[in-house]
Design a protein around this ligand. Structure first.
Ligand code: SF4
Ligand code: SF4
Length: 379
């Protein structure tokens, strides 16, 4: 993997290309060139690092179950985790929580990430972002503010109307010179409101609108069935993406878990060309929770194996994710989009089917195949 600064990007290159740009792998490169099709990278390119489990917002469907009393690691603990992640070969570290922006020492965390060569980004609800605070965070590569749409839509997801607070935070961060994106969770209501959300993203001057599939984890499990979009609404997603992209004023991103809903509508080569990736957990992505435990992604929860130098290669949950993605059952095994999607979302499978390592029950192709084993449909 090669990181470029302008434009900022991570690019996979094969050995001939690496040699052309002056990189020689020496003894690491003995044997055949695996080209660009490595099933698993030798280190994570991106790590989600929880800098706290503390958050006073109390969002209805918080995937992390964050509370005002949540655990918070010390600055030294975070520095040592960042050191380990840099040694493991990570390029970027997505800081989250809980509400990471409430940490008084967050600027020191960012400075340490930069000092070991990691590119830091942050996801925040916008709580507590003052002009002084924003100025102290100006070394962030990008900050994404959670914004589920204008007032009523926002409240329908989070249980309170925090839209104006989030919008204020967007402006304050932009004034500090930080590129700001928006994160929107897709529910039945917000999916129906995507045109208004696109208008809002344009009005707010966001550099990116990232659409996230609702995940049944944390408190989100309790509200998942009531909030999740129906299959009919999800079928409208590709059209919405075309319309949002046509606006041209911000980049549109979809998260890993939404790929099953695009696979039937977009050419697989086009998805790959635009860097749309499905489940990257264990392939290029790893998570470190606030207590220092390693996990496949932030939504997995309850991991208890502490981060060490063997984590990426040997963590049993990461291994289980890899094994599933490399040899999934039907209909994923024969799916034309399998290489991009990698079997759908394990968090949704775990919740709906009672087993993380079965096909994603909400994927349209899995539903048509009749192998989804969605327990919610039986009740
Ligand atoms: S069938 Fe499997 S691999 Fe194909 S889109 Fe659905 S979840 Fe993804
Ligand atoms: S299990 Fe995979 S697809 Fe689901 S949220 Fe985690 S990384 Fe994304």
């Amino acid at each position: 993997m090669v990181a470029t600064e302008d434009p900022p990007a991570l690019i996979a290159v094969d050995r001939p290309m690496a040699r052309r740009i002056g990189i020689e792998g020496g003894s690491l490169w003995i044997g055949d060139d695996p080209g660009l099709s490595l099933p698993v990278l030798e280190g994570p390119t991106e790590v989600h690092l929880a800098v706290t489990d503390r958050c006073p917002a109390g969002c209805t469907a918080c995937y992390a179950d964050a509370t005002p009393q949540g655990h918070e690691p010390t600055l030294d603990e975070l520095r040592s985790r960042l050191d380990r992640l840099a040694e493991a070969g990570a390029f970027s570290v997505a800081l989250g929580g809980g509400e990471g922006s409430l940490r008084a020492d967050l600027p020191e965390v960012i400075a340490h990430a930069r000092s070991v060569g990691l590119v830091p980004t942050l996801t925040t609800s916008g709580l507590g972002i003052t002009p002084a605070r924003a100025a102290a965070l100006s070394d962030m590569a990008q900050i994404n503010v959670s914004w589920d749409g204008p007032a009523e839509l926002y409240a329908s997801v989070r249980g309170y109307d925090g839209a104006r607070g989030a919008e204020r935070a967007v402006r304050v961060l932009q004034d500090a010179g930080i590129p700001v994106g928006l994160n929107t969770v897709l529910t039945e209501r917000t999916l129906a409101g995507l045109d208004a959300i696109g208008e809002g993203a344009e009005r707010l001057g966001a550099v990116e609108l990232q659409l996230l599939r609702l995940k049944p984890s944390g408190r989100g499990k309790l509200h998942y069935l009531a909030l999740r979009p129906s299959p009919a609404k999800l079928a409208e997603l590709p059209e919405h993406l075309e319309r949002l992209s046509a606006r041209g004023s911000f980049a549109v991103r979809v998260d890993c878990a939404l790929v099953p809903f695009l696979a039937g509508s977009f050419d697989v080569a086009r998805l790959q060309q635009f860097g749309v990736n499905g489940c990257e957990a264990g392939r290029s992505l790893m998570t470190v929770g606030a207590a220092g435990a390693v996990g496949p992604c932030s939504f997995w929860g309850s991991a208890d194996v502490a981060l060490d130098e063997r984590s990426w290669a040997e963590d049993p949950t990461l291994e289980a994710f890899r094994a599933y993605a490399q040899d999934p059952p039907e209909p994923c095994a024969s799916c034309p989009a399998g290489a991009v999607c990698r079997g759908g979302c394990r968090i949704v499978s775990r919740h709906l089917a009672g087993d993380a390592f079965v096909p994603d029950p909400e994927c349209p192709r899995v539903r048509a195949h009749g192998s989804g084993n969605d327990r919610s449909e039986a009740t």
